[in-house]
Design a protein around this ligand. Sequence first.
Ligand code: ADP
Length: 494
Amino acid sequence: MATVTEKPSKAFSRPKIEHTDCFIDGKWVPAKSGKTFATVCPATEEKIADIAEGDAADVDAAVKAARKALESGPWKSMSARQRGRLMFKLADLIEENFDEIAALESLDNGKPIADSRAADVPLVIQCLRYYAGYADKIHGQTIPIDGNYFCYTRKEPVGVVGQIIPWNFPLLMAAWKWGPALAAGCTIVMKPAEQTPLTCLKMADLAQRAGFPPGVINVIPGFGPTAGGAIVEHRGVDKVAFTGEHLTAQIIMRNAAESLKRLTFELGGKSPNVIFNDADMDAAIKGAHFGLYFNQGQCCCAGSRVFVQEDIHDEFVSRLTAMNRERRIGDPLDPTTEQGPQVDKAQFDKIMGLIEKGKSEGAECVTGGVRHGDRGFFIEPTLFTNVSDDMDIAQKEIFGPVMSVLKFKNMDDLVTRANNTIFGLAAAVWTRDIGKAHKFAASVRAGTVWVNCYDVFDAAAPFGGFKMSGQGRELGEEGLKPYLETKTVTIAMD
Ligand code: ADP
């Protein structure tokens, strides 16, 4: 089995596409409508495969299968420990197919294979193993209430869960959702993003090989308003977990109101990354570069507002400029590539539009600001200085390789400005002064704060947003809670 410690020297070959249909009740079936849509390689703009375009009819079949699997059959009667074993087996199968899965992710999403191998696939395996270990450790309490009663709580699966995920970390977002749902004993109807269905379908195949009973995991590829909308409105779905844009979450919340579904959201951000003049400059500059340009800037927690203390501003900008100019942009399947294309034409156009807005609002574009090459959705690493807090590039989530640098004087001026956003997903601070670090961590309204590091993820550490960046948390023990109902049982003892 390949691991990330090996350093391949030549480009990975294009992986085989085995599954393009819906996965319902343990079977691969075309969409009932017979429709398909193309998934496109963002590096070449060529079609990779035609994928079944699921809609309300397919979602209905998947929800019925998930309901049946929840209420009768082997999943319901299986011990919690056996559920955990199936999850460990799935993680093992992903590990056995490590390079093939990494290549599939890079082909469909455009992310560099070095990143798929170093981050996406290992974190998927870690997440499934983390929650596999939880399966037999979920339990209620006994509660001392007044009177002669025996009172206890049971933790039961919330039921059939609809899971709608984005395209920026396709397989990892699937693992973040499957892990806690399966550990809790729920059954799943998942809709992957229309841009990147391939690895989720592959994971469904591996789940079947691992031995998950039919109906426990169902995957319906398709579009948001149709397949996604049908999941949100279906009366047989007890909870929806969604990761994507806050504007989509608003639609989902409205559409879920009728059935009062449980909802959890992991949404966008405009995260402040703060560099004080006492920071380790080498580490801070590398951290700021990685914190924004990683994954082509397509991270909900991207450090897109970099606040730099005024006396180190010029040094920061000139060193970051040099790093941007050296960044290797190219074929996602080449192991030396550092930056791939944006995921599709719509994202490319949106990012280029915001870059133009930044220029017209008077920010200075120091690097990039233009397309890279003439094929594929590549954008040069872009750096804006002279950015003010009210500009669109400092307020809107760009979701691309576009950094805004903002100067600040001191902590007092900084905290209000860092919090001047509708979002609150993540923040980071670089300083050698532990007091400053704690003060900033306590004052910033964000779900995650990194000190002298960025994008440190672990399946055990909760992640999610304040404000319009989300509701609820994923990962860790917190991430399990939305998948559980608490039932209180009270027994008269005489
Ligand atoms: P992005 O702009 O990053 O593509 P979206 O929020 O549009 O983010 O998409 C994230 C996921 O939400 C995708 O799987 C998409 O198909 C789905 N989606 C989009 N619109 C809706 C909707 N109205 N209802 C349910 N799901 C949707």
